[in-house]
Design a protein around this ligand. Structure first.
Ligand code: FAD
Ligand code: DLZ
Ligand code: SF4
Length: 507
């Protein structure tokens, strides 16, 4: 009697929980390219291509390992276009005695899985996704009773749990966090900046590119230049490349931004981690080894490991703890439409042009571009966080709601009122100028606050603080900017607010 195991697009791991312990002869794996998943938000065309190509290669790898796989392509004339529709067809084909599946990365899809037992009148076993370090129960136990949830304390628990960068019960080097060493200004653009590997599409990937270009040509981005890794082996090559060439300076330049350099010393591994081609804990162990072998400094290794077992695990914990309504929270009551240039890059603000341009070209932008350029601007203009959140889900190849929503709605837009971040990540042009070379290439003057040539971020920043004072005025971490605002004379305040109002009216 057959067991049916649906494997979703972000479950491309050979060691997936739902496959463990099953007899290959009795198991039918179901993988499906479905229209609903490709369009519930209009995903970047390269994101869809990456996922379908990676899914097809993964199906081959599973077959080579002896599994029976039913693979439904998007252009199969019988394709029902949805997970439930395709599971229904597979149930018809195989009359399974039960369904086994790994929990998903989104409340929307989780609700589908939970409805299948009734719908198909079959036992459905939903297994925990153990590709993460913390279980839901562990996160709950840690969060329970705390007034504030702060990543740093959770991260220390994860260091203890995994033993990563631990010397006995003490953190390696004596400190938990070396971020103070990680804020170097941008280096000059030069040939020592590593570039991620580029992978030429094989025949299977070429088929996907043609299919996706034909069906989703009206989605953001272009299919040309597609060079993602789509197999676990190639993802491992990019991992090795990162460890060797980029990791040593990862910490130093983590917050830097340079014109024409979309990747800098970042790993460019998130699409592979999130789809399941790479294992996060194994990656962290490899990073630690680089440090222990004396090949990378501690600030780089610690900074990187914190992103994975700290931030990545922390945002996942928040997403599942907070429930399906998390994505509709709007603490600041922000209602503005996200400007159209988020989909075209057509703006004269150079920083936004760079960040959005990279996003459209590569379905990638590094963290500080996402947070301090596109996120910061959306926050300052009062864009509707739900719209902002959908944009991020659409445009990045690594975006799945469990990781994207807390980062966008929580960290970047303060939509959850400070659950995830202790203050809004709002800044004027001065921060962007300090951490990038963007302002030198811009038609605006970052030093000016009012006038035709003034950097828009400046007036928008003060206007943001002034307009949200009833909600943010007592935030201790904003005490200094609010004091500076209060010290400004009424005429200067009025001029800044008028400048912001005029800019917003033209958006
Ligand atoms: P690196 O900078 O090299 O970092 C290494 C790894 O650490 C990443 O691959 C990622 O797995 C992990 N990581 C780093 N920061 C975070 C974080 N804040 N949350 C979770 N994991 C983190 N990351 C996603 O994976 N998917 C998203 O949809 C996503 N949306 C974001 C939206 C906003 C508004 C912001 C500010 C950040 C978002 N991030 C998201 C986090 C981060 O920007 C990306 O993980 C990172 O840019 C991926 O590129 P990289 O692999 O080169 O990362
Ligand atoms: C993102 C995505 C897309 C674009 N297409 C598919 C698909 O056709 N088939 C599939 O199994 N998964 C796809 N995915 C990933 C799912 O949306 C993802 O599994 C859920 O959002 C849960 O994280
Ligand atoms: Fe961005 Fe202002 Fe700098 Fe121009 S001057 S790049 S708009 S921060």
């Amino acid at each position: 009697m057959t067991i049916l195991v649906p494997v979703l697009g972000d479950q491309l791991s050979m060691n997936l929980a739902s496959l463990r312990g099953l007899d290959k002869a009795d198991t039918r794996i179901l993988m499906m390219e479905v229209h609903d998943e490709a369009t519930y938000v209009r995903h970047h065309i390269k994101k869809i291509a990456f996922l379908f190509a990676a899914m097809r290669h993964h199906a081959d790898a599973l077959r080579e390992a002896g599994w029976h796989v039913d693979y439904v392509t998007l252009d199969d004339p019988d394709n029902q276009g949805s997970f439930p529709g395709e599971v229904a067809r597979a149930v018809e084909r195989h009359s399974p005695k039960r369904i086994v599946v790994t929990e998903t990365g989104e409340w929307r899809v989780q609700a589908m899985l939970e409805s299948w037992a009734d719908r198909f009148d079959l036992p459905v076993e939903i297994r925990a996704d153990d590709r993460f370090v913390a279980t839901h129960a562990e996160f709950e136990a840690w969060a329970e009773g705390r007034k504030q949830l702060r990543m740093e304390y959770f991260y220390r628990e994860m260091r203890r749990k995994t033993g990563l960068l631990m010397d006995g019960d003490k953190p390696a080097g004596g400190k938990w966090n070396y971020d103070a060493e990680n804020r170097k200004p941008p280096p000059a653009r030069d040939l020592t900046i590593p570039r991620p590997l580029s992978f030429a599409p094989d025949d299977c990937t070429q088929d996907v590119l043609a299919l996706v270009a034909g069906r989703f040509g009206n989605h953001v981005g272009r299919i040309e230049g597609f060079d993602f890794a789509v197999t676990a082996a190639d993802a491992m090559r990019q991992r090795g490349h990162f460890l060797r060439y980029a990791l040593p300076s990862f910490g130093d330049y983590q917050d830097a931004m340079v014109t024409g350099e979309p990747y800098l010393w970042h790993a460019v591994l998130s699409p592979y981690l999130n789809a399941g081609l790479l294992d996060p804990l194994e990656l962290c162990r490899a990073v630690e080894k680089q440090y222990r072998d004396g090949r990378v400094p501690l600030n780089a290794a610690e900074g990187f490991i914190r992103q994975i077992i700290g931030w990545r695990e922390f945002v996942r914990g928040i997403y599942w703890r907070e429930g399906p309504d998390y994505t509709s929270r709007n603490f600041l009551d922000a209602r503005r439409e996200l400007p159209g240039f988020y989909w075209t890059g057509d703006t004269d603000m150079h920083c936004l042009k760079e960040a959005i341009g990279a996003t459209i070209d590569h379905a990638y932008a590094h963290h500080i571009q996402r947070l301090m350029i596109t996120g910061n601007f959306a926050l300052l203009i009062g864009a509707d966080p739900e719209q902002v959140q959908r944009w991020y889900l659409e445009v990045y190849a690594d975006a799945y709601e469990w990781v994207e929503a807390p980062n966008t709605l929580g960290m970047s837009q303060f939509g959850d009122g400070g659950l995830l971040a202790s203050k809004p990540y709002a800044s004027s042009g001065a921060y962007i100028d300090r951490m990038s070379d963007y302002c030198g290439h811009c038609r605006y003057d970052v030093k000016q606050r009012v006038g035709d040539d003034a950097c828009p971020f400046n007036a928008l920043y003060w206007d943001f603080l002034a307009r949200n004072e009833p909600k943010l005025g007592d935030n201790q971490r904003l005490a200094m900017p609010y004091r500076n605002w209060a010290r400004m004379d009424a005429k200067a305040q009025k001029a800044l607010r008028a400048q912001a109002t005029a800019f917003l009216a033209k958006l």
